[in-house]
Design a protein. Structure first.
Length: 402
């Protein structure tokens, strides 16, 4: 008897199944991953299990440790790194500051960045170093993109850190990381990337991009909770960085975590040298599940899915005559779609009455999106489908009276 195997699942089947696991995608037209991702049913269950374990006193560090190990492996797999290079952080800001404060700064050193298109949390800490005589070299953008060639050209022998976002939070374009990273490596500078707007949605390989350190929170594309993130540091850089904060978890030891083995200690040879105290175990539980779900589909497949939907939305809004922002280079397209004039407004409203009317109509239609620096911003992930695009375009058309 010949048994006919079941047909292989199509990409549409895979993403339809993924969508069904996210209640927020069923309750809303959810297009706000640039601000916060959503949590799946399984991720919620994982966090409840940890709370219940505390409630019944059935959970301890020994039973939770496998989830932490799974997080390190899963995040490392997403970015092409090694689990030993992954530390748990509380946020992107925590990871950025961990690197900044692990370097011995001297007057005359410099940091190279593109302040105009960075989130505030990747700006203030570098200017704080001016008290040590450190120069902050802010390279102007090129059009709507971080000027990768400009950053590369600004690096010299006194550059200690070069930093850039993999995807700008507005207008949401990808950065040519490899051009920057290659130049930084040639000068011996550390290339630090804020990957929060790409990790989990877009492919990012730290080796291909010459990245030395990368930070991300789990609350956006990694589809976890707020209050937890990851810091990845290339193994070659680990011994060159001396953490400011010290705890039992950050030093090389072999016994129980409560014991003092020697006051003449060495930091852990892994990225755990940056960890202080207990991690956010609820966040770990959520991240271990959500990252596993992302890796099960594959970030390359998620990228193709999200980019296709983003382009459909751009085209649909452009047909309505709306000012959709597009990058100059095709490689800069991402999963975020922005509409308006950047800087013409703030995080609450635009200076364009028409866009404000559309924003009001979208909110009333239960569309979750955001406004950043005067731009309407929409973001796609694996739980979105074409119906989300249709809702936004149809709502905008009605608001315009077309």
């Amino acid at each position: 008897m010949n048994v006919v195997p079941p047909p292989a699942a199509t990409a549409a089947d895979v993403f339809a199944k993924a969508r069904a696991n996210y209640p927020a995608a069923r309750e809303w037209t959810y297009l706000n991953v640039g601000s916060r991702g959503v949590v799946s049913d399984a991720t919620r269950a994982a966090t409840i299990a940890v709370v219940d374990g505390h409630w019944t006193v059935d959970v301890g560090k020994e039973t939770l440790a496998p989830m932490l190990a799974a997080c390190r492996r899963g995040f490392a797999h997403l970015i092409g790194g090694a689990a030993s290079e992954v530390a748990v952080a509380t946020s992107v800001s925590d990871g950025l500051n961990a690197i900044a404060n692990s370097i011995v700064w001297r007057a005359g050193d410099n940091v190279v960045m593109s302040a105009d298109y960075e989130h505030a949390n990747n700006v203030y800490l570098w200017h704080h170093l001016r008290r040590h005589g450190v120069e902050v070299r802010a390279v102007p953008p090129r059009g709507h993109e971080i000027d990768a060639e400009g950053l590369a050209a600004a690096i010299d022998a006194r550059t200690r850190v070069v930093t850039a976002s993999s995807v700008t939070f507005t207008p949401g374009f990808r950065t040519d990381l490899a051009t920057i990273g290659r130049a930084a490596r040639a000068k011996g500078a550390l290339f630090l990337v804020d990957g929060v707007q790409s990790c989990g949605v877009l492919r990012l390989d730290v080796d291909e991009s010459f990245v030395d350190a990368l930070v991300a929170s789990t609350s956006k594309g990694l589809l976890g909770l707020m209050g937890i993130g990851f810091l990845w540091v290339r193994k070659d850089w680990l011994p060159k960085l001396t953490p400011t904060y010290v705890a039992r978890t950050s030093i090389a030891t072999s016994g129980h975590y409560s014991e003092i083995e020697s006051v003449d200690f060495a930091f852990a040879p892994t990225a755990e040298r940056f960890e202080v105290g207990n991690p956010n175990w609820l966040g770990i539980a959520a991240a271990s599940q959500s990252i596993a779900e992302i890796n099960a589909i594959g970030v390359a497949e998620i990228e193709r899915h999200a980019l296709a939907l983003a382009e459909e939305l751009r085209a649909g809004l452009e047909k309505l005559g709306l000012p959709v922002l597009r990058p100059a280079s095709p490689r800069a397209y991402g999963h975020l779609v922005t509409v308006g004039a950047r800087g013409a407004g703030d995080a609450y409203a635009t200076q364009d009455p028409t866009l404000n009317a559309i924003a009001k109509a979208l909110t009333e239609a239960r569309v979750r999106f955001s406004i950043r620096r005067g731009l309407l911003r929409f973001g796609f992930h694996m739980y979105n489908d074409r119906s989300d695009v249709d809702v936004v375009v149809a709502t905008a058309r009605r608001a315009l009276g077309k």
